[in-house]
Design a protein around this ligand. Structure first.
Ligand code: MRU
Length: 356
């Protein structure tokens, strides 16, 4: 499996390498970002996408900005302005901001000067960004362990979008649950919704599962109801971009329809996401900002027009699935069930206690 994102160094200095997710699976091309502006551009243009992955990218972007002595607030604000829905982006910038504030306090800066470490702040921020990446892989593995038990043996798992290794630093959230279920000996296969308009399911989920030898079938989004009705789907597992305190979940557009169809057909609907995707400051999902993306993603497929010129277009990138459709939310600290207000708060508290 190719690395989604890595911090690298060559004779020209440090840079961030990402696999270009716009081109997969047809081409495996890497994009090297040497400035924070290039990282911001890569997030905005979907070179890298998926909530945890863009959090890692933003943290690495902050580290590059500090290395190049760019104004710290400008760096943070530029990276924060890339995509509005996935809260992991803001979580990662915030984590970098807190460390930066600590390292630039008067005593810390004086101590660094005294021991002749003027570059200490930049180096510590680089370490922090790399730590966020490593933590994310371990978190995904823990999500997988908690979720594997919920996956029925001998059935098909339906997933939407790509919440896999490509959407994280590695292993994946929803696809982490699938990987862990298979590693635990379960005999399952996967149905991947193609996920119009960006085709994360057909292009990315199908590709990475095939790389791992996991039996996978691509279906168009409008086939999900048919297969949920058929009895062959044992559960649905998806990722999340932001989870409100009441358990409402923002995820890729189309997730809501799948959740309603799953409930209608008595199929469990699971959301797999790290605690960094929880936004417990929000009472409900209607407070989650939904990104609107360019019209061309809908009117064109790989540059070829599929709709009349100047036709009206809507392109919300995410929708909100109300908590009542969600059987459980799986995170690195365990499994939350309704009432989510309490269960999510307990799992978030566990995460903050683990840090002290
Ligand atoms: O627009 P994208 O591709 O960034 O949207 C990604 C999703 O909606 C994923 O399901 C979500 O970020 C979870 S990724 C582990």
């Amino acid at each position: 499996m190719l690395e989604t994102i890595e911090w690298m160094t060559d004779s020209r200095g440090d840079f961030v390498r990402m696999i270009d997710q716009r081109l997969l699976p047809a081409q495996q091309v890497f994009v090297d970002c040497r400035t924070y502006v290039e990282v911001a551009d890569a997030i905005k243009t979907m070179v890298i996408r998926g909530a945890p992955a863009i959090g890692v990218a933003a943290a690495m972007g902050v580290a590059l900005g500090v290395q190049h002595n760019a104004d710290f607030e400008t760096v943070c604000q530029t990276l924060a302005a890339t995509r509005p829905t996935a809260v992991n982006l803001f979580w990662a910038i915030d984590r970098m901001r807190k460390l930066h504030a600590l390292l630039t306090t008067a005593e810390h800066a004086t101590a660094a000067r005294l021991i002749n470490q003027e570059h200490a702040t930049g180096a510590r921020l680089v370490n922090e960004a790399q730590q966020i990446r490593l933590d994310d892989i371990n978190i995904c593995k823990a999500i997988g362990r908690h979720g594997a038990a919920l996956v029925p043996d001998g059935k098909t798992v339906l997933t939407h979008c790509n919440a896999g290794a490509l959407a994280t630093a590695g292993y994946g959230t929803a696809l982490g649950v699938i990987r862990a279920a298979i590693e635990s000996g379960k005999n399952i296969d996967v149905f991947a919704d193609e996920t119009r308009p960006f085709l994360q399911g057909a292009r990315l989920t199908a590709w990475e599962l095939q790389q791992d030898g996991i039996p996978t079938t691509v279906i168009t989004d409008n086939m999900a109801g048919h297969f949920l009705q058929s009895g062959r789907i044992g559960c649905v597992v998806v990722g999340a971009d932001r989870i409100a305190s009441n358990g409402d979940v923002a995820n890729k557009i189309g997730t809501y329809s799948v959740a309603v169809l799953a409930k209608e057909n008595g199929v469990p609907f699971y959301v797999a996401a790290p605690v960094s995707t929880f936004d417990l400051t929000l009472h409900s999902g209607d407070q989650i900002p939904i990104e609107q993306r360019p019209r061309e993603e809908v009117t064109h497929v790989f540059g070829v027009p599929i709709a009349p010129e100047n036709i009206g277009v809507q392109n919300p990138a995410f929708d909100v699935t109300p908590a009542r459709y969600i059987s459980a939310i799986i995170c690195e600290n365990g499994v939350a069930r309704a009432p989510f207000k309490q269960s999510l708060a307990v799992l978030a508290l566990k995460a903050s206690l683990a840090k002290v």
